[in-house]
Design a protein around this ligand. Sequence first.
Ligand SMILES: [Cu+2]
Length: 460
Amino acid sequence: MITRRNLIGTSAVLAGAAAISGRVQAASIPEAVTTTSPAMQPPLAPTSGPAYQPVVTLNGWSLPWRMNGEWKEFHLVAEPVERELAPGMTARLWGYNGQSPGPTLEFVEGDKVRIFVTNKLPEHTTVHWHGFVLPNGMDGVGGLTQPHIKPGKTFVYEFAVRRSGTFMYHPHADEMVQMAMGMMGFIVVHPRDPQERRVDRDFVFLLSSFDIDPGTSLPKVMTMTDFNLWTWNTRVFPGIDSLVVRKGDRVRIRVGNLTMTNHPIHLHGPHFEVTGTDGGWVRESARWPEVTTDIPVGGMRAIEFVADEPGDWAIHCHKSHHTMNAMGHDVKTFIGTPQKDLTAAVRKMFPDYMPMGTEGMAEMGSMEMPMPDNTLPMMTGFGQFGPLEMGGMFSVVKVREGLARDDYNDPGPYKHPPGTVAYEFKGAVPDATRRSGVPANPSNVELSVVKPGPKSHSNH
Ligand SMILES: [Cu+2]
């Protein structure tokens, strides 16, 4: 639910804000629209300025703007926020306009944009427009290109948008802390001609990571690589929206990476082409098909495919620890180790001790174990056939026939045509036998070594 927050001075201005000369009147600030719901908002169709095909932000929304003369004006508020990572866990973060990530900004090639940034954080901040070519003084690097935005202050960024593509915004002030706290957002620049690079559905999400101890809600900002929550738009599976598409749709998915490691994003089913990178659109002749595309740190990728195969197709990071929720990384590996004796010994000291991992970790996917409040199971989420044993960076592309053009509602699990689901073999299974002639014991193998050198050729 989007609500409007009235800032001091707002109402007085709206009437008289026509004359613009690059410098704005102090009182002329557009409303800061805010929301706290993690529900995906429908795409925000433009009602002023040039037309474009809006994007869909997973578990997010796009920020409304106002036209003020030839300027498109937005208002971002940097502030502490609460974000539900998935039902059962809420994190205390910093973000923009009620949320982390902040709202998606949608511009059009050639737009002149003016972005008001109000700082309601306890420390100074700035905003860097990641990927944009703009006047150096608008680049948002605190200390280098501008004074920091002190708490309580509002700064104005103004620049012309030169090219279409996929971009991000984030602070460039104490960014180690501010990005670890969730400050980031997506920017999409649409082509001036709405028919150019047109797709039917255009999804965006940001990769971020947090280190939050089970039972707590504040990220540990000093963590550098050993994060325990790997998120898309600051949500973890099963809290991440499905990407619902209509069979036959041309689909674009844009991903930006603001974590401290790369993420190989893998899509089951449809093959895709990388059509955009940080630097712009990929020429058609230079595209190649992939099923996994690596999103580098600080990088952005746009992938596109035609949804011609109905089904529930997994899309996830292929680093398997990144499809887990909060987990201890210093746990010993016990596969194949009987823990019976050990368990008895440990339980004398810790009555609640539970042995794990003797037969792998799959048991974690369905077990109910006592957990502190405000945390999530390491592996979670259920499908129509059982536990998915996933968390973190995982979602599902749901390709369905006969959806309406703007229908993004979850259609539920895929109904497989009869005879198209993997099934149990009920016949007799013979014991495995070794092929004759293959020695079972390496020590029985006789090696005949031919030494290199002039003499070794005598045998040829
Ligand atoms: Cu990953």
